[in-house]
Design a protein around this ligand. Structure first.
Ligand code: NAD
Length: 499
């Protein structure tokens, strides 16, 4: 099938490469000329396990272009996979969707085409997309050319860090349209995935028991809600664990045991039931914000989702508070951040807790160092203004440091030669923001180890009221100083602090 993908980011590129691997002819279109020039030379703009290998074996079915006309004209399926970032008020910014929809309408050919929105968009957006495509089509085609397209929603559930695995071996495929022919076209496009009839690549073998992928075929609006509802539910599972962790800390319990006991109940499940620094990344923050705002527009208050957001953004503040509780004033103290990416196996820094925490620490006068196995180059480019000292090795970062904060649970951090770090540090304090390190081993080496929700702070609980008041001032300063990636996180911090 002839496919055009508009937007070659995490979702677009992963989708395009997978569809090409399955034998479809895929044009990947992007407005970013540098990205397209790189892709033409085989330079991948993102890191995803298995992407480079799958790209390598799919190149004969892939083209990369900035020329919309040639990419869209003969496509039977046009995917829109552009970004939908947050506006300052929490609503999704649909400007990229509108531009992609209008571009599609401008260049659609005579054959029946399905315009599939894979970007995460608020309820009702795809009806608007239909209007944008239609208007652009009418403006650019003579009246004797019949409009011959349908709009569908096909929300994406891949996880960064396992995007290719999740695309090839999905838990489910959701397709929504009010046009039966569009639904059928998408079933045909995805047939090799649905039936798992493709030869799985050696480097990403089919998981045991994955014999077929279930399809949820529904109307346009329900498909839109499924995506937001799924993300919100996962987000609140994390926040629930964090709320329990706060209680566990005070009553001297261990949250890791609490969630282990909870998660073994199959009705609950252990995935995403994880206490720590909370979520970051490009999706949960903006999608929960958009859900709250869209519901509000429709007269519905999302109390649970709002609470999950509140708990999540408090975690960043709480970790800094914990550090203040341990070290006193942070002015002049050297703090090393283990990990910058918002999660392991990706170099994505969008809404990364590490950057938010770094900014809070810098604002308190701390010297902030950071290390990440993959995301350092991106951080040097995207977080240059934050005043972070990037370190090539953890040893360099530990030299005369007053504390190390584990922010991203990269496996290599668990296996560090910790015994070599102890004597380098001024204060051997390790704060484990993901409950990921072997605390007992670190303590036996002589480190002071603190996890999250592990009941060690009953006697030195930080004064959250005082710290919140300070944070409110800092957060306001941050909002003035930081835009782009950090705007929404900062807005979250202000909301939290003034409540
Ligand atoms: P991204 O920012 O990585 O990529 C978007 C790409 O679209 C960029 O390369 C940009 O240059 C391009 N673009 C913007 N406007 C364009 C236009 N008019 N024409 C052509 N290209 C254009 O975004 P992403 O992370 O891939 O996310 C895309 C969408 O998928 C978002 O709505 C997101 O919420 C959703 N989503 C993301 C993930 C994820 O893990 N990243 C998972 C599920 C869903």
């Amino acid at each position: 099938m002839k496919v055009c993908i508009i937007g070659t980011g995490y979702v677009g590129l992963s989708t395009g490469v997978c569809l090409a691997f399955l034998g479809h002819q895929v044009h990947c279109l992007d407005v970013n000329e540098q990205k397209i020039a790189g892709l033409r030379k085989g330079v991948l703009p993102i890191y995803e396990p298995g992407l480079a290998e799958l790209f390598e074996c799919s190149t004969k079915n892939l083209t990369f272009t900035t020329d919309a006309a040639s990419a869209i004209h003969d496509a039977e399926v046009v995917f829109i996979t552009v970004g939908t970032p947050s506006l300052p008020d929490g609503h999704a910014d649909l400007q990229y969707i509108q531009a992609a929809a209008e571009m599609t309408g401008l260049h659609l050919g005579r054959q029946f085409a399905v315009v599939v929105n894979k970007s995460t968009v608020p309820v009702g957006t795809n009806r608007t997309v239909e209007g944008w495509v239609s208007e652009a089509f009418e403006k650019s085609h003579t009246s004797n050319v019949r409009k011959n397209f349908a709009v569908a929603s096909n929300p994406e559930f891949l996880r960064q860090g396992s995007a290719i695995h999740d695309s090839l071996y999905a838990d489910r495929i959701v397709i929504g349209s009010d046009n039966p022919a569009a639904l059928q076209k998408l079933q045909d496009l995805y047939a090799p995935l649905i039936q798992q009839s493709f030869q799985s690549p050696e480097f990403l073998p089919r998981p045991a028991g994955c014999k077929s992928v279930p399809v949820v075929a529904t109307d346009l609006t329900s498909a839109e809600i499924i995506k937001y509802a799924a993300n919100a539910f996962l987000a609140l599972k994390i926040s629930f664990a964090n709320e329990m962790a706060e209680l566990a800390e005070v009553v001297n319990a261990d949250i890791t045991h609490v969630i282990q006991g909870m998660g073994m109940d199959r009705r609950i499940g252990s995935q995403f039931l994880q206490a720590g620094l909370g979520w970051g990344g490009s999706c949960f923050g903006k999608d929960t914000a958009a859900l709250v705002s869209t519901a509000q527009d429709n007269g519905v208050e999302m109390k649970i989702v709002s609470a999950a957001r509140h708990v999540n953004y408090s975690q960043r503040e709480r970790l800094v508070a914990r550090l203040v509780g341990e070290l006193g004033s942070l002015r002049g103290k050297t703090i090393g951040l283990l990990g910058l990416a918002f999660k392991p196996n990706t170099d994505d820094l969008r809404d990364a807790p590490a950057l938010d925490i770094a900014r809070r620490l810098v604002n308190r006068g701390a010297i902030v160092r950071a290390h990440d196995p993959i995301a350092m180059d991106r951080a040097r480019r995207e977080a240059a203004g934050l005043g972070i000292q990037f370190c090539e090795s953890v040893e360099e970062m530990a030299d005369s440091a007053d504390a190390l904060l584990l922010v991203t649970e990269w496996p290599e951090y668990r296996n560090l030669a910790w015994e070599n770090l102890l004597n380098r540090m001024s204060t051997p304090l390790v704060l484990d923001g993901r409950n990921f390190l072997n605390g007992k081993m670190l303590q036996s080496l002589g480190f002071q180890y603190c996890g999250i929700g592990k009941g060690q702070i009953a006697d030195k609980r930080p004064d959250m009221a005082r710290i919140s008041a300070e944070e409110a001032i800092l957060a306001r300063q941050m909002t003035l100083h930081n835009r782009g990636h950090f705007a929404w996180a900062s807005a979250g911090a202000i909301q939290l602090s003034v409540k």
